[in-house]
Each structure stands twice: as structure tokens, then as C-alpha cells.
Ligand binder design. Sequence first.
Ligand code: ADP
Length: 500
Amino acid sequence: MQKYIMALDQGTTSSRCIIFDQAGNICSKAQKEFKQIYPKPGWVEHNPVEIWSSQLSVAIEAMAGIGATYQDISGIGITNQRETTILWDKETGEPIYHAIVWQCRRTAKMIDELKKDGFDRTIREKTGLIPDAYFSASKIAWILEHVEGAREKAEAGKLAFGTVDTWLIWNLTKGGVHVTDYTNASRTMLFDIHKLCWDDEICERFRIPKCILPEVMPSSHLYGYTHESVFGGKIAIAGAAGDQQAALFGQCCFEKGQVKNTYGTGCFLLMNTGTEAIKSQNGLLTTIAASSGGSVEYALEGSVFVAGAAIQWLRDGMRIIKSAEVSDEYAKRVEDTKGVYIVPAFAGMGAPYWDPYARGTIVGITRGFEKEHFIRATLESIAYQTRDVIASMQEDAKVGLQDLKVDGGASANDFLMQFQADIIGQSVRRPTCIETTALGAAYLAGLATGFFESKEAIKENWQLSKQFCPQMDETQRVALLKGWRRAVRAALAWAEDDED
Ligand code: ADP
């Protein structure tokens, strides 16, 4: 029996490899940043060869760190930045253009065009996504249109498209396997999440020949083996999932209604909705969740645009704190915010308000308002925004929240976590291992290779580091939420009044 399972975590700014044991402990870890390419304002690219080489080098480094060989590794699970688009020549394996990164806005106009004849509604219906330049479809179309000879080659079946998981598996197998998993497919905006197939009508609309698309498989599945030249011998490639879906799995949110929130620069919330694809009435996305076993499971996804970024703003913009960590201590020094609310709508407001023109607002300032209150109000705003997304999810899914599992950089903030528990009226649970994304990929692979026996066995690995129970009374919670809604109205009104 092999000792380890390997997770390749290919993120937006770095490639990482974590090797876990059967108890989910981290045995070895390596990380390498790579270059961000900004050819024009709003455009973001990566070099696909650098994505692959950095990923391979950290895998080798992590193995060397514990003296592991291919024989010690039961399988590889991949988790990746989602939606990022790569096209390459099937014969040579050479990319025909840089990877167009999910953040890239170059195809925004193409998306606006879809709205003119209502095709955006068709897309929403089939893919569960609200059409946006983030997703892969318009990025593929852009490459086919702008790279010389690309369309002819694509139509002749000589090109391959892949999200980053697909690109890594292609390279790990030296061109032997062209595959993606359901979660990554569900972010391309070409995949019918109900029928579980590439959609002809959408592919035609974007003029994307279906022959360039990878085969779609479950997230926990034996896709193939690494080519012997890569690690000196064969390792099973047995798991793949987009980063947020991997984190949901890594947090063991296996049951319907379970939610995780990742507190990073922004927040990413996912709720497992079981085998039902729920159509949101609140502007949330419907997406495929990572699952093991026979059936496909779904999730509702919502995000908060500005979360940890608001703390960065306090540090780097306002310069009132030296580090993000100290915000915790400052916030605890005062009882409340003196009735002040900060709405950090720096780039508009997301779910459930959806107003791109809303802007940051501070309301209710009186003479007694001081630095500590300012910091506290900023941290509280992260919890309020999270609460709004959770409320939308509950409304859409018609299930009650059991607890909230948390991870990400800002989940280390005890004040924020306690206030979060108070404002949602449910426990917030922070695990000891907050590398949930990599862990999720490792679990998916390990379940397919038999390294992990079952989901039940995996649940045993989920260790609580700290639980935050709600302590606030209902009257206070209701009053605070009323004030928050009033503050949001002020942020929205600011945008509306611009018309005068
Ligand atoms: P990302 O993956 O988006 O880069 P991370 O998960 O690394 O994000 O978290 C970093 C973010 O969390 C930063 O925006 C930072 O301001 C915030 N952050 C980190 N530590 C704390 C803390 N103790 N309290 C509040 N915010 C924090």
C-alpha cells in the first residue's frame, strides 16, 4: 500500500504541490509563483508552458522533500484556477496562444452582444451561469478569431482546447489523454449541466468546433497514468476539480445544504444542493459540485467581491493598520461600531443586489467614531456581505443552514469569525487544515484509487480547530441587519442619483 496521495494545486498566481498521508496530514509542500502577463488594460494572460513547468517542478520538489518516488504515490488529484483557457496543437503539444486568464475582460463586448437577441437566457438555462467574459466560451472564440490559421486547424481536428486541469493531464500523459471533469466543464459556458454534454447550440453560436473539446468525466475517476518520463514511472491521475468545488469537497460538505466560505481577497461561497440543480432567483450561479460515486451533484455559488481586500485597503490605502492580523485586536477593543456601517462596494455590489455602479459608502458617523470603530466596521462588512449571500442561497435552495465551514486567509481572524456566527445565528467551524482546496483534490483522487476507503472515512479527517457559536441575541441581530440594509440602500442610491 502506498503511503501518499498528491495534490497539484494550480492557482492564478502560483503552482503548488501538497503531498498528504491517509489521515489528511500535510507531509510535503512546494510552491512556485509564475509570471502574470498584462498585454493591455483589462487583459490577463499566463504562459501555458510556464504553468506546466512550474507545476512539474513543484511536484518533483515536494516528492524530493520526503524522498518519495512514484511508487510511494497512490494517485494525483488536480485542482486549478477555473475558466482559464488554453488551445494547443494536438500533434506538437505547442500552445497556439497564451492562456487567457479568467480575470481577462477582452471579450466583454462579445457577451453584451448575446443579450441583444436574448441568447443570454438560453445560456443561463443550459449552463447555470450568468453569461460573462470570465467563462471560457468567449475566450476560445477570441483565440479562434485572432490567431492566424487557428480556425482552419480547429475545424480540421488538429487543435485541442482545455482548461488548466486538461492542459496538465495532457502534459502528464504526454498527449495521451484529453479529458476534463464535470466541475471544470461546467465553467466553460459550453456545457449543459442538466444533460451533462457539450451543447451544440452554444458551440455553434460561438463558432467553436466540438472536435476541439475534451471528453468529460467525473471528478473522482481514473483518467490515465503519468507518462514514465515524467516521474520515472506511472502514477494514476485520478481526481480533478475546479478550485472552489475542490474546497467544498475538502471541507467535507457532502450533504445537501452544507456551505463553505473561503475568505480571501474576495469570498467564495458554495452550497451543496445534492442531485438537484437549483435555478437561483437571486443571481447566484448554478454549477456542478465535485462528487465521488455514481451521481452528479450540484452547488449554488455566490461571491463577495471585496472581503480581505477591504482589510488590505485599511493597511495599504488608509494606512491605519500595519498588518491584516492586527485588525482582530483593534476590533475587539471596542464594543460596537458606534452605529456606523461601511459598505465596501468599491467595484459595485454583487448578490443579491447586483448593481455595478454602487460605490463604497460610510454612514452614521458621529464625533465619537474612532479608528477602532473604523476597523471593526470594515471587518463586520465582510460578515454582512457573506450573510446576504447565505440568505440568498437558503431562499433559493429552501434549506436551513446547519453550520458554516470556513477557510482562506481572513478566516484566521477570530473577531470576524465570531461576528459571522452572531450575524448568521449559526456556528462557524474552522478546521485545522485550511488547505482545503488541495485536500479536496487529494480526496477525489484517493477515493478513485482506493487510498481512501469512503467519504465516511474522510470525514474522520476533518478536525475542528475552533468553533464560533452565536452569542448575540435575536433583537440585536435584527437591529444590526436592519442598519446594514439601510447602509446598502445608501450605497445603491449614490449610484442611482448619478442620472440627475
Ligand atoms: P487570496 O487567495 O485571495 O490571495 P488568501 O486566502 O491568501 O487570499 O487571504 C488573503 C486575504 O486575507 C488578504 O486580502 C488579507 O487582507 C486578508 N487577511 C489575511 N489575514 C487576515 C486577518 N488575520 N484578518 C483579516 N484579514 C486577513
